[in-house]
Design a protein around this ligand. Structure first.
Ligand SMILES: [Zn+2]
Length: 406
């Protein structure tokens, strides 16, 4: 196998038992196993933890909508080919959501907002559905069901810069945790095909120069990409690269002055007048599917402790040690450490080989000595022998490592 195939997320994902495709469900529709769901949840928890101090609040929307919403947003017309459509028994037209923003506008629009309440920041991790051609589907990088850690900031024009910089900080923190270097692309419209986008030239010029100003102020390593914009506005697209020289497109922050116009979104300003607001769309992981693929390839399956579905494998040498192994397992679970016991009849050598193959970060070896002294012997998947310690010392070491997301 070539190095690339060795390191393909589809192969690693299968070996680690994270997700599965079924012919009955169809291509491009991954289903996540219990272990894969742990990885998704941990990634999302991290994003929400980074967002929380910046005033983001969670919202929840249904996965379908009447056609009317997308007539107003412009998706029915401009996004037609990618839209999954549904007809109700009464002949009403619905669609599966290809993005969450139109729904979120309706949450913002539920009541008038004073300038004092701005910005309003809504976050929701949820699936969107896009009708890609089956020839384009493969692994987690091209899917029909995409989980976005989506967020929409509804803010005043004079808050754009501050809100963008906050999200940029979150992106930086998230990716530096994994050891990535980030580059940014200013994704602008293609001036040759203005009919592909929503909104006037004036609105676009304004939005694009605002993004350029933010990138310059941040002294970012950026390039400009014509024709890479979203339907409704220009974007900052982040590219993450690793030490091995591989690069992936990851997070995105998008400035949108069109959707607020189409849905007539305003706040009440200091003069008591209605003032048009703007929207900022952002996804830190990009999508959880893509992010998982990137991380599996970047780490060659050796996920960091905090992200590993199984963090510790308990390896009793023989049957005489099973009971103590179960007690250790119970202690680890009390401290929310994800652990399993290998109670197979294999030799210790085979058990050690197996835990390394499963890419579990740590193993605890338990034999006569450990049972007698009420201890465990710790070994890492990279082969480091970390010696004997009490379960108490072990859990505090692991908890620290998890908390710091080492
Ligand atoms: Zn959006």
């Amino acid at each position: 196998m070539s190095e690339l195939e060795q390191n393909d997320h589809r192969r690693i994902g299968q070996e680690l038992d994270l997700f599965v495709f079924s012919d009955l469900v169809g291509p491009g529709l991954p289903m996540w196993t219990p272990k894969g769901t742990v990885v998704r949840q941990e990634l999302d928890n991290f994003v929400q933890e980074l967002r929380a101090p910046h005033g983001y609040e969670r919202v929840t929307i249904p996965h379908i909508t009447k056609r009317d919403l997308y007539n107003t947003s412009g998706h029915w017309e401009k996004f037609a080919e990618d839209l999954f459509r549904i007809n109700s028994r009464e002949g009403k037209e619905y669609a599966l959501k290809p993005m969450n923003c139109p729904h979120h506008t309706q949450i913002f629009a539920r009541k008038p907002h004073s300038y004092r309440e701005m910005p309003q920041c809504y976050a929701e991790t949820t699936m969107v559905y896009r009708d890609e051609q089956s020839g384009e589907l493969g692994g987690l990088t091209r899917v029909l069901s995409i989980t976005q850690d989506d967020a929409h900031v509804f803010c005043r024009t004079n808050q754009i810069k501050e809100e963008f910089l906050k999200i940029w900080d979150i992106v930086d923190k998230f990716y530096s945790t994994f050891g990535f270097i980030l580059r940014v692309r200013l994704s602008f419209r293609d001036p040759e095909t203005p009919e592909k986008y929503l909104g006037t030239k004036e609105i676009w010029d304004h939005a694009e120069s605002a993004l350029r100003e933010i990138a310059e102020e941040r002294r970012a390593d950026f390039i400009e990409g014509a024709g890479e914009a979203a339907l409704y506005g220009p974007k900052l697209d982040f590219m993450a690269s690793n030490a091995a020289g591989r690069e992936w497109q990851v997070a995105t922050i998008q400035l949108d002055m069109n959707m607020p116009d189409r849905f007539d979104l305003t706040c009440i300003n200091e003069q008591g007048e209605k003032e048009r607001i703007v929207m900022i769309h952002s996804a830190i992981t990009g999508s959880i599917e893509r992010c998982t693929a990137v991380l599996l390839e970047h780490f060659e399956g050796k996920l960091p402790l905090w992200l590993s579905p199984v963090q510790v494998k308990v390896l009793p040498i023989g049957e005489a040690h099973f009971e103590y192994a179960q007690k250790v397992l119970k202690d680890l679970k009390v401290d929310n450490i994800r652990a399993e016991v290998d109670e197979s009849n294999e030799s210790l050598g085979k058990k050690i080989a197996n835990f390394k193959k499963e890419k579990v970060p740590y193993a605890l070896v338990i034999g006569d000595k450990e049972v007698a002294e009420d201890k465990v012997t710790l070994e890492s998947r990279s082969g480091d022998k970390l010696g004997q310690m009490s379960v108490e010392d072990l859990t505090s070491k692991l908890k620290r490592e998890i908390k710091e997301r080492k």
